[in-house]
Design a protein around this ligand. Structure first.
Ligand code: 13P
Length: 252
């Protein structure tokens, strides 16, 4: 039986003061025990989050990491080892904003995945198609290609050490959520593909959905058999909304 994960990606939002208020709100929520919870704040606020969330079931994540595990001359980068030391247990890799705005290729994403695993972090590998690719009927091909490099290097077992996030690019920050059926179709396709390689491990991989998840659509998405929670952007900046999404996962 897979556990659900509800994760908040704060992206490049927040000030010390607004983070304090958000954390205070998060600390007042009633969290479902059976759901894994995680937030990915901007790196500058990880320490603040760690202190405020001490004793909470919310785990911390980096939003991105260097492709080198430990240390090096990589100005501006943060290594997985540094994230781990700061108290993170997860790191997001391959978010579409990194792929599209910072030209991260599948190969670079795979190196980041490897570096994260080497440091004991759980990489959250994001995949997803653009509107144009969906309209052209290329969703399976695009997602398959994004998974391929990681699968060749680590197999399904390696993937199961992390988390997979299906985030259709057209649904991110647009308010255009994939319908539960649309999302389930891709999640099931991914799991079937993994199962062809290793059925046992494929059943263990947490596959979460991301793209305009809100309190009012979360329950229907999480009720789908292959949707194991959500990677939440905008709605994770509101503690009550994020709490409601987590509780929806608890009911799924
Ligand atoms: P939104 O929930 O704001 O659409 O963002 C989704 C996302 O990109 C999470 O990583």
């Amino acid at each position: 039986m897979r556990r659900s994960l509800v994760a908040g990606n704060w992206k490049m939002h927040g000030t010390r003061q607004s983070v304090e208020a958000l954390l205070a709100g998060l600390n007042q929520q009633d969290w479902p025990e059976q759901v894994d919870l995680m937030i990915a704040p901007p790196s500058l606020y990880i320490q603040q989050c760690r202190e405020s969330l001490e004793g909470s079931q919310i785990r911390l994540a980096g939003q991105c990491c260097a492709y080198q595990a430990e240390f090096g001359a990589l100005t501006g980068e943060i290594s997985p080892a540094q994230l781990r030391e700061a108290g993170c247990e997860y790191v997001i890799v391959g978010h579409s904003e990194r792929r599209n705005l910072f030209d991260e290729t599948d190969e670079v994403v795979c190196r980041k995945f490897a570096a994260a695993l080497a440091c004991g972090l759980r990489p959250v590998l994001c995949v997803g198609e653009t509107r144009q690719q969906r309209d052209a009927g290329e969703t399976a091909e695009v997602v398959g290609r994004q998974l391929q490099v990681v699968l060749e290097s680590f197999g399904v077992g390696g993937l199961a050490q992390g988390v997979l996030a299906y985030e259709p690019v057209w649904a991110i920050g647009t308010g255009l959520t994939a319908s539960p059926e649309q999302a389930q179709e891709v999640h099931a396709m991914i799991r079937a593909r993994l199962a062809m390689l290793d059925d046992e491990q494929a059943q263990c991989v947490q596959i979460v959905y991301g793209g305009s998840v809100k309190a009012d659509n979360a329950e229907a998405l999480f009720a789908m058999p292959d949707i194991d929670g959500g990677l939440v952007g905008g709605a994770s900046l509101n503690a009550d909304e994020f709490g409601a999404i987590a509780r929806a996962a608890g009911r799924a």
